[in-house]
Structures are given as C-alpha cells and as structure tokens.
Design a protein around this ligand. Structure first.
Ligand SMILES: Cc1ncc(COP(=O)(O)O)c(C=O)c1O
Length: 397
C-alpha cells in the first residue's frame, strides 16, 4: 500500500491556555495600547521586553509591530540613509531586502554556500562596498559567526542580525542576535512564538536602543519602558529622531509572554522532529542533507535538502510526486516566485548581478515547514515518502 501523509504544513499549535487567559485579561480591561497603563501597572509589552532581554542576555529590548519593522528600524538606528548600499543575503525572504528598500537604500547581495549560510569569501570580497550588513540567518542556518564578525570588524561593517528563524538558536553558546550591534526577531505565526504579527529588537548599545524606542512611536513616554536606557540617553536623541509608528500592543505581548517562557521546551520538540527527518533522509542517493556544524545550536522549525545539479523537470517530478502523497515541498529554484519562495533575482527593484554559484544552490534547494502539530511518527512518514520519490526519480523510475 502506498503511504500518504494527511497533515497540514501550515497548521501551527493552538495558543496555550495561559496565553489565552492573559489575552482575555487585557481585553477585559481594555488597555491595549502599550502606554495606556493603570497606576502602578507595568504593562504586558514592557514586561515582554524585559523578559526577552533577560532570555537573550541583551541590555535593551524593544517590541514592535513586525520582524520587517524591526529590521527597518535597526537600519535607521545605525544611520542607513537613502541611496546607501547595505550588504545582505542573496538567499533570504522578501522582507529582508524589503526592509533595506523601505529606507530608499539598496541591497548588495552576498552569495550562499551549500551549508545554506552566507558565503564568507564573497562577504570578504564585498565588505568594502557598504557600512552595514543585514545578515539573515535564513531558515535557521547560522554561519561561522566568529569569522563573519572578524571580516565585518576588520572592514568597519556594522552587523544587524535577522533572527526571524533563529529565536532560541545560537553559535558557540552565544544566542543568535547577540553577535551584531542589533538582533531582530519576528513573532509572526510561522515563527517560534506566535502573536499573528509582531517583532522584537535587542541591543546592548544605549543610544541605538533609545533611537529605536523613539522611532517605534514612543512620543515622550519612553520612561514607561522597562528594558530601555535611562532618560539621559533619550535627552540626546529625542529631538532628532522621527516617530515612525510601529509599536507592539499589550494584547500581542500578553499572548507572547507565556510562549517565551516555554521556548526551550518547544525548541527541543522541534529538534526531535527535525532529527527524525534528517536521519530518515540521510544517504538517499541524489539527495544532500544539510549537516549542522557542532558549534551551532539550531531550532529545526523547517527542513531543507539539496538536489544538486538535477534538471528542472526531475525536480518538478519529485515535487509533484511528493505532493500527490500529501507532502508539500517548496522549491527555491523555480523560474517564477511562488508563495514565500522569491529569490534575489525576483526583487527587481534592486540591481542584482548574476550569481552563478548561488543560482546552482538555489536551483536544487527544497524547503519544508515543520510545524509542531506534526508528531515524530509523522516526520518519519514524510521522510519515507520523500526518500521513495527522490529515489524513484533519481533512478529514472
Ligand atoms: C527570514 C525572514 N526575515 C524576516 C521576516 C520578517 O518578519 P515579519 O513577517 O514579522 O515582518 C521573515 C518573515 O517571514 C523572514 O522569513
């Protein structure tokens, strides 16, 4: 009998009951705006910031409306201006170059390796072209951060980390988002904590933090923050920092706080599923799994593999055959962007010289979500289906 998978690749777990209770309390008192506080009340948003700062070890944290907003705010705080070049990954998702474009700046793309991380040789070659790198830890793959920081420090490049896929991950024990000047996170439904939409930004730099708070739309209410610098720092920036509203609200923060509290357990659950997929697909002829470096602590909330140098019809055949059996795979090599999988040459508002090495990797890159609604048995079944269909096509079956 041919096995079929019947689960949904887009169905996340429900919001935990404790988060629903916290949300109901906010709805019942009606003070959803973060600065609308009763006497003595700290506010859900300010407490979320305090807790996320503690979780990552950062001095300062700001909660905002989305991950994309966090990245654009980070770029503004470090002084990126219209027309400036900003280095970023050729392999990432559209909100990353979009954040750069939102400032009127222009992305300069850096290639991807077979490890699905930024190509550090290419970065070293291009480091002189910009003052800022918006580094995307795309699909949770973290490059050698020691080497990356050495390259950027030597070239005077400020690093902003896009940790939309690495909340809870790290490199040699340092949490993702803590290597660069600023770390940005998303709390959108498909990420590691879910408030529908939302973002977080962390930094140790008092002036960057104060500017980010002002930018997010604090008016002169910044003293209601619990993970922001003191008023003397705001005195230095408050008259020259525009208000570009993008605050988080107390309802989303209330939903997020109980989820953050159980993040380490969720990471362990994701990785149990990821490891079953990895073990089930390793040594499949024609298929390359991505081996994770020992120095990386990852969160396996999505899974990638490569069909290196396969023809387009052969890749399509694998996708179709897997789809027939209920396994939904995304392909970064398709000629036309679909769903979430656009690529550097789809973002035609920015110049993108051809990147043949990157094209070769993206042409064979298959991607899959791993929601926690999947059991480890589901993951074993998915791996059996992919393995069978890849083998069949590879052997000309
Ligand atoms: C790699 C990456 N960075 C940033 C973002 C932006 O996050 P948000 O959707 O919260 O704006 C996303 C969202 O999908 C993403 O995948």
């Amino acid at each position: 009998m041919t096995e079929r998978f019947t689960g949904s690749f887009t169905q996340q777990e429900p919001i935990p009951e404790s988060a629903i209770d916290a949300a109901m309390q906010v709805l019942r008192h009606g003070r959803l705006h973060r600065y609308n506080l009763a006497p003595g009340e700290l506010g859900e948003t300010a407490q979320l910031e305090q807790e996320f700062a503690a979780l990552t070890g950062a001095k300062y944290c700001l909660a905002v409306a989305s991950g994309g907003y966090a990245m654009a705010t980070a770029l503004r705080t470090v002084g990126v201006a219209p027309g400036d070049a900003v280095l970023t990954n050729a392999f990432t998702l559209a909100p990353v170059p979009g954040a750069i474009a939102s400032l009127g700046a222009r992305p300069v793309y850096v290639g991807v390796t077979e490890a699905l991380t930024i190509d550090l040789d290419d970065l070293a070659a291009k480091a002189g072209q910009a003052d800022v790198l918006l580094l995307s830890h795309m699909r949770g793959h973290i490059c050698d951060m020691d080497r990356l920081m050495a390259i950027c420090d030597a070239a005077g490049v400020t690093v902003i980390e896009d940790c939309a896929h690495t909340m809870g991950a790290g490199w040699r024990g340092v949490p993702s988002g803590r290597h660069g000047a600023i770390g940005c996170y998303s709390t959108q439904t498909y990420k590691h904590v879910n408030s529908g939409e939302g973002g977080l930004l962390i930094t140790d730099d008092a002036e960057l933090a104060a500017r980010a708070v002002m930018l997010s739309g604090s008016y002169m209410l910044y003293e209601r923050h619990l993970a922001a610098p003191g008023p003397e720092v705001f005195e230095r920036v408050k008259y020259e920092t525009p208000n570009i509203s993008g605050r988080m609200d107390n309802l989303r923060a209330a939903i997020l706080r109980p989820q953050l509290a159980v993040l380490p357990e969720q990471v362990a659950r994701w990785n149990a599923r990821y490891d079953v997929l990895h073990d089930g697909l390793r040594d499949t002829p024609g298929l390359t799994v991505i081996e994770r470096p020992e120095d990386e602590t990852y969160v396996g909330s999505s899974f990638q593999f490569l069909l290196v140098d396969w023809s387009e019809p052969a890749v399509r055949s694998v996708l179709d055959r897997c789809q027939e059996r209920g396994v939904e795979l995304k392909w970064f090599g398709a000629a036309e962007p679909a769903g979430f999988t656009s690529r550097y040459d789809s973002w035609r508002y920015a110049d993108a010289p051809a990147m043949p090495d990157t094209d070769r990797i993206l042409a064979g890159l298959i991607d899959m979500r791993v929601p926690l609604t999947f059991s480890t048995e589901d993951c074993a079944l998915i791996a059996r289906i992919i393995r069978a269909e890849v083998s069949a096509v590879f052997q000309g079956g």
